[in-house]
Design a protein around this ligand. Structure first.
Ligand SMILES: [Zn+2]
Length: 167
């Protein structure tokens, strides 16, 4: 059985300027965890409802956490900092999306009914933000080759593992 969602009436949520601020282990988000090389870690998120002067309903969303993805160069684990800040305009499911507004930057339209799972939304936003081909910043660089830049602890770990494998 899936863990219980976080179901709200999003339009009411916006009208009442409600706020939800929580943290959930990554492993609770099944689709997201499936896309990662390790489901360790926690997602922290905040959803703020808002209604503007035109009566439009909004959800302001931020999600943060550290996800374990796979470096596409050395195939080792890579700690990747997720950060999503988005503004979502709620559009009733039976209404057409306003075409001209789809062109706007900085926010998205979100078709929604009277029952809406905020956790699904958090998971969708996190999935959309996952890097396509993540790499360590200084992946596999031989030490000292970059003229004395900082070396991440993960790169060091990767080198250690390789030398162990050969010895
Ligand atoms: Zn790497």
């Amino acid at each position: 059985m899936s863990p219980p969602g976080l179901i709200v009436d999003p339009f009411r949520f916006a009208r009442e300027a409600a706020v939800v601020e929580r943290s959930r282990p990554v492993v609770d988000f099944e689709r997201l965890a499936g896309a990662l090389s390790d489901s360790a870690g926690t997602l922290e998120f905040r959803v703020q409802g808002r209604q503007d002067r035109d009566g439009k309903h909004w959800l302001d969303l931020s999600v943060a956490g550290t996800l374990i993805v796979q470096c596409q160069r050395c195939l080792e684990a890579l700690a990747w900092a997720l950060r999503v800040d988005n503004r979502l305009l709620l559009v009733p499911e039976d209404q057409e999306l306003p075409e001209q507004e789809l062109q706007e930057d900085g926010w998205d339209c979100l078709p929604a009914g009277r029952q809406f799972d905020l956790l699904q939304l958090i998971e969708d936003e996190a999935l959309l933000t996952l890097p396509f081909a993540p790499r360590h910043e200084d992946c596999c660089a031989p030490s000292g080759s970059d003229g004395g830049g900082t070396t991440s602890p993960f790169a060091g770990l990767a080198q250690l593992r390789r030398s162990e494998g050969r010895g």
